[in-house]
Design a protein. Structure first.
Length: 293
């Protein structure tokens, strides 16, 4: 499967519409770097570690490997905060002094920029056994399949969003990406101009925010949006480019999600019109292991 993805990437790396051709191998490398960071930090988590400490561990791990800029700084959520319980304002997303306890679920979320390429990933786990989150993670596989199929069918972002939500409801779960700003399940990402010093504002890299705002203004004039939401401005098929997609399930104070890059092209071949950038990721390997067991 990973080999098929590499071959498809090589064929299509020059066929994406937009301001520039995407170098897919660069995006894949930074996405893998971010997931490697998530696995390394998850392995170091112990009872008593706070969300702030886990977020700092992610920042330090990535900075040691050359990351100097961010789409957004790392987040960490523990316990019922993985389901965004009672989140009302954006400030509640930032890491807190909540301490990790045995059996508690956690989510690590980071969006590094490396060598001008951006990624945005989400990694779900627990400190010891947590059967509820294990079930959530298993059931997320259906969402990854559904999203890809419906993008290839040419459906609008808004319609796909609604169908994902319907699937969550049938599974017995709550849609927790509704709690994100604008209720987004995904957003576009792009190359970021490298700078020696890259400031942040409200937890987001200013260079990346500038690019997203530019896409929003450009899209508004042409009738599309870089935000994948349940609202009317997302009532169009996804623009060709790279989308960071993150379906987020919640059940009684436990949340789980994955986040990874979906590639959308202008190809008329359905299989090449959209594909996940990388099939060698922790949650994909998990599902393959479950199927083989």
């Amino acid at each position: 499967m990973a080999g098929d993805t590499k071959q498809r990437t090589a064929r299509l790396s020059g066929r994406l519409s937009g301001r520039r051709s995407a170098d897919l191998s660069g995006f894949r490398e930074v996405q893998r770097l971010a997931y490697e960071c998530a696995e390394a930090v998850a392995a170091q988590l112990r009872p008593g570690v706070t969300e702030r400490e886990a977020a700092r561990m992610q920042r330090e791990w990535l900075r040691e490997r050359g990351v100097r800029d961010w789409f957004h700084l790392p987040f960490a959520w523990f316990g019922d905060r993985t389901a965004f319980a009672n989140f009302k304002i954006p400030l509640q997303f930032f890491p807190t002094d909540r301490k990790l306890e045995p059996g508690m679920p956690f989510i690590l979320d980071m969006a590094p920029v490396h060598k001008g390429y951006a990624a945005d990933i989400g990694y779900s786990g627990s400190l010891g056994l947590n059967p509820v989150q294990d079930r959530l993670m298993s059931d997320l596989q259906a969402h990854r399949t559904l999203i890809l199929e419906q993008v290839r069918d040419g459906r609008s972002l808004r319609e796909i969003y609604e169908n994902v939500e319907r699937l969550m409801t049938r599974q017995g779960y709550a849609n927790r990406h509704r709690a994100y700003p604008f209720g987004v399940i995904a957003h576009k990402i792009d190359r970021v101009k490298e700078r020696r010093w890259s400031p942040t504002a409200f937890g987001f890299g200013t260079q990346s925010l500038k690019g997203l705002v530019g896409d929003a203004l450009h899209g508004h004039r042409e009738g599309w949006s870089p935000l994948w939401s349940p609202y009317h401005f997302s009532d169009h098929p996804p623009q060709p480019g790279l989308w960071a997609v993150e379906p987020h399930l919640g059940f009684r104070g436990t949340g789980a999600k994955f986040e990874e890059i979906l590639v959308v092209t202008d190809s008329q071949d359905p299989e090449e019109s959209a594909f996940w950038l990388d099939d060698d990721l922790p949650h994909v390997r998990r599902w393959a292991e479950e199927k083989a067991a």
